[in-house]
Structure formats: structure tokens, C-alpha cells
Design a protein around this ligand. Structure first.
Ligand SMILES: O=P(O)(O)OC[C@@H](O)[C@@H](O)c1c[nH]c2ccccc12
Length: 265
């Protein structure tokens, strides 16, 4: 379990000459009872790591699609505690590492130490906490360290070079390179300098760099992963799962595989 699982997952992808694909889903969208089956489906479809969102009432970084999924989950009464319990129940049945995406508030309400221990018990390998800046990391760092949970840092497009260096140095598991300014959600084109930005992050970072925000087509997956180690896809996956468009998800994941590239050319 734990941190090391993330590194292993990346190594397997590298050994196959593929890029990584990290789908994001909202825990409890469609009910927590369907979580295990969804995780299994994503694992079987070739996802590298799963980013699992915790529904929250004030999701400041989330665009409309993820916000709506969060509202659906909250309406079902899904809580952080229930999510961790559910994850613990089927941890033996999955091999895909799980990274929880949660804002700081639910962690605080839970209690930082109990939360970190519950994550370990549930088989959670890492955390993304979008409203936790570098300067405040000591609020959780000790507890996460003690429970072998990776803290994945987000590098924004507008961070100055010194800050990017610090984020790249500190991050664990991977560096999440945010590809746009603004919230999550599907978009048309990316910033002109994005490829250069990703390549420069690769240069300063020892662990994999994954690009996320606005990735919604197989072409995006190929285009962005060309200059980094892979992609994170949220809104598109959340939408497709909600509409039960599973083939669309398989096609997206396949775009990160080198085999798919050869057949497409
Ligand atoms: O939905 P998109 O544009 O594909 O972006 C990924 C994103 O949804 C997921 O990683 C995420 C959901 N909520 C977040 C909050 C902050 C950082 C990242 C996230």
C-alpha cells in the first residue's frame, strides 16, 4: 500500500513505453455502492492511478461539471468518513493506487491525525489538497509523513520560477501541472506556451509531471503527454460516467498507450 504504490504504478507505465493516465471521479456520484465497480472498471481500462474527489460544499477550484457531481454526491449524504470506510472494504480487491482530492476543511473537521490514519487504513496512497499553499503545509505534513501518504503538489501556470522549483522539489508521487488559469472543466485550446512550460517542469522535477485541467479528447491526451509523463482527466470522465458512456472513457485512456498510437498512425 501507500506512497510506494504510486511510484510502482509509474514504473510499470514507463516499462511499457506508455504515458500515464489519471482519471478523476467524484466519490459518491451515483451512490457509494457503485464506487467499487467504477474503480474496477477504470483499473481494467488501463488507468495508472485514480484521483478520487471528496464532495465539498465550497469547491473553489472546481468548474461546473465537478461541482454538479459534488452536489449529486452530497445529496446522497456521502461523507469523507463513509468514503474512507468504503475504500477500506475493497482495498484487497484493487491494485490501482488511490489519490484523494479534498479541500482542507473536511480534513480539519475529521481531525488531521485521525484522517491520516484512516487514509492509511483505507489504502489511500496520496492526497491532493488544492487550497493548501506551500506556506501552510505544516498543518498536515507530519501526520501524512507518519502514515506514508504522499502529498501531491499543484504547480500553477502563474507560479514564479522560484516557487515552481520549490513545488517540484517538495512534491511526492508526482507533480500536478495545472494547464490553465481558472477552474476545472473542458475547454477548447491550451495556452501557446504550455508545451514549453511542461518541458521546463520536467527539467526541474525528479518525479513524474502530469498535466491536468481541460484535457477532454484523445488528441489532448497525446498532445500534452508528449512533453510530460501523462495527464489527469476529470470533467470528461465525470460526465461520461454519469451518462454511462464507458467506451468514451476507454478511448481516452487508450490514447495514453503507445500501442494505440501505432495503430492510429
Ligand atoms: O476537470 P478537468 O478539467 O479535467 O481537470 C481535472 C480535475 O477535474 C481534477 O484533477 C480536480 C477536480 N477538482 C480539483 C481541484 C483542484 C485540482 C484538481 C482537481
Amino acid at each position: 500500500m501507500s506512497k510506494q504504490r504510486i511510484n510502482q504504478a509509474f514504473q510499470e507505465v514507463l516499462a511499457q513505453g506508455n504515458k500515464s493516465f489519471v482519471p478523476y471521479i467524484m466519490a459518491g456520484d451515483g451512490g457509494l455502492d457503485s464506487l467499487e465497480e467504477k474503480v474496477q472498471f477504470l483499473q481494467d481500462s488501463g488507468a495508472t492511478i485514480l484521483e478520487l474527489g471528496v464532495p465539498f460544499s465550497d469547491p473553489v477550484a472546481d468548474g461546473p461539471t465537478i461541482q454538479e457531481a459534488g452536489i449529486r454526491a452530497l445529496k446522497q449524504g456521502v461523507s469523507l468518513r463513509a468514503i474512507l470506510e468504503k475504500l477500506g472494504q475493497f482495498k484487497e480487491n484493487r491494485s490501482i493506487p488511490i489519490v484523494l482530492m479534498t479541500y482542507l476543511n473536511p480534513i480539519y473537521v475529521y481531525g488531521v491525525e485521525s484522517f491520516a490514519e484512516a487514509c492509511r487504513t483505507a489504502g489511500v496512497s496520496g492526497l491532493i489538497i488544492p487550497d493548501l499553499p506551500l506556506e501552510e503545509e505544516n498543518l498536515v505534513a507530519k501526520e501524512l509523513q507518519a502514515n506514508d501518504i504522499a502529498l501531491i503538489r499543484l504547480a500553477s501556470l502563474t507560479s514564479p520560477p522560484e516557487r515552481l522549483k520549490e513545488l517540484a522539489r517538495r512534491t511526492e508521487g508526482f507533480l500536478y501541472a495545472v494547464t490553465v488559469t481558472g477552474t476545472t472543466g473542458a475547454r477548447g485550446a491550451f495556452h501557446d506556451n504550455l508545451q514549453e512550460h511542461l518541458a521546463s517542469l520536467k527539467n526541474i522535477c525528479q518525479v513524474p509531471v502530469l498535466a491536468g485541467f481541460g484535457v477532454s479528447t484523445p488528441e489532448h491526451v497525446k498532445e500534452l503527454s508528449a512533453n510530460c509523463d501523462g495527464v489527469v482527466v476529470g470533467s470528461k470522465i465525470v460526465d461520461a460516467l454519469h451518462q454511462n458512456n464507458r467506451d468514451e472513457i476507454k478511448t481516452l485512456i487508450a490514447a495514453a498507450s503507445s500501442k494505440e498510437q501505432t495503430t492510429a498512425e
